[in-house]
Design a protein around this ligand. Structure first.
Ligand SMILES: Cc1cc2nc3c(=O)[nH]c(=O)nc-3n(C[C@H](O)[C@H](O)[C@H](O)COP(=O)(O)O)c2cc1C
Length: 352
């Protein structure tokens, strides 16, 4: 069994740049997106990711319709203007509620509204949210229609390849065909099935094997649809390889653990200079200063920075400094300067 990158090399396609792929794509949206991740891709994380990549489409964490309709809507929909293009991900299955939530997100200025049909957690299943909805394509189609009627922004779907024992192409195609018939044009496909009984959400992101070939086949079967591959993409080579077959690549954990991967991907995609680590850090340092004075706890912001020096000498001490809870409680933004001095020389050497 070859990895995606190996398969791509066998096809002689690794030499293509992302820019060439972009030119050959008819859509205007950039091809790289950062996956929605609960408890991770909050507004501070997205601000950092935008500094690293001027072009990637950024996703919020999933927001349930219940939280939006009855909870702190203003806080849930808050973002910095620099985050554009930014997509909001909604979780729900009541068409009326989803329409109302979509209208709110649209009024708040989000560039895309995405429906979560991929989350396998038991808690969301109880609320009839997430991956379990793959078994109800007609309901998802009604939800999609209600959402699209409530906004002029694109409404998109994020899904899996199947659920539980429903792993056939027939099952997947029925889901895609039914929702495409309702008008959905873009699908973010996590290239795994979800096992809804017995596996935790974390296990559901690693135990079911990745099946890239099935996503590629889905694209070949539906050339008119925008199919974005998600799952297990960890470096520029695997992203380039994915783009040989699909319209986009969505990156989750790798972008969080090493935000500078987004900078490298931007440089490839846009064929322009990549934001440097120093620029990203200094930009985030200024943001932390502003947010801190508005009352945001330091630790809510420093936690997203822990991976930026991944692989550089001093990275461990940098991480330790910025994750020391008692010090963070007693400090101001200057603790970022202290952390930076630990890695500054190695950053300069690395850049040279
Ligand atoms: C901590 C965490 C939280 C996640 N939360 C969401 C979510 O809110 N909505 C969603 O559709 N997927 C969620 N996912 C799944 C990711 O969007 C993505 O599909 C998955 O991590 C596979 O991509 P990756 O291998 O690039 O990480 C989450 C993943 C992680 C690691």
């Amino acid at each position: 069994m070859h990895t995606l990158a190996q398969r791509c090399n066998l096809n002689g396609c690794a030499s293509h740049s992302l820019k060439e792929k972009m030119k050959s794509s008819s859509n205007t949206v950039g091809q790289i997106s950062v996956a929605p991740m609960m408890a991770y891709t909050d507004r501070h994380c997205r601000y950092l990711h935008r500094l690293a990549s001027p072009s990637a489409l950024l996703f919020t964490e999933m927001i349930t319709t219940g939280a939006l309709l009855h909870g702190p809507r203003q806080r849930l929909l808050a973002y910095d203007p620099s985050e554009h293009p930014v997509a909001v991900q909604l979780g729900g299955s009541d068409p009326g509620d989803l329409a109302a939530a979509t209208a709110m997100a649209s009024a708040a200025g989000f560039d895309e509204i995405n429906l979560n049909v991929g989350c396998p957690s038991a808690r969301v299943q109880e609320g009839r949210i997430g991956a379990c909805l793959m078994a109800e394509p007609e309901l998802v189609a009604r939800c999609f229609t209600a959402m699209q009627d409530a906004t002029d922004r694109p409404v998109t779907i994020k899904c899996r390849l199947g659920i539980d024992e429903q792993t056939s192409d027939e099952f997947l195609h029925r889901f895609i065909d039914t929702t495409a018939e309702a008008g959905c044009r873009t699908f973010y496909v996590h290239a795994r099935v979800a096992l809804l009984n017995g596996l935790s959400p974390a296990q559901n992101r690693s135990v079911p094997p990745l099946q890239y070939e099935r996503v590629f086949a889905l694209k070949r079967r539906n050339p008119e649809l925008r199919i974005v591959l998600n799952g297990g993409l960890t470096d520029t080579a695997s992203v380039k390889a994915a783009l040989e077959h699909c319209d986009g690549a969505m990156i989750g954990r790798a972008a969080y653990s090493d935000p500078m991967l987004l900078s490298a991907l931007h440089a490839e995609e846009a064929d322009s200079a990549a934001p440097t680590l120093t620029e990203v850090f200094k930009g985030y340092r200024a943001y932390v200063e502003r947010q801190f004075h508005q009352g945001t706890p330091l630790s809510n912001m420093t936690r997203h920075l822990l991976g930026v020096c991944a692989g550089l000498p001093g990275a461990r001490k940098f991480r330790r400094t910025l994750s020391d809870a008692s010090r963070l409680k007693a400090s101001g933004p200057e603790i970022l300067d202290e952390a930076w001095t630990i890695v500054e020389d190695s950053v300069a050497r690395h850049a040279a």
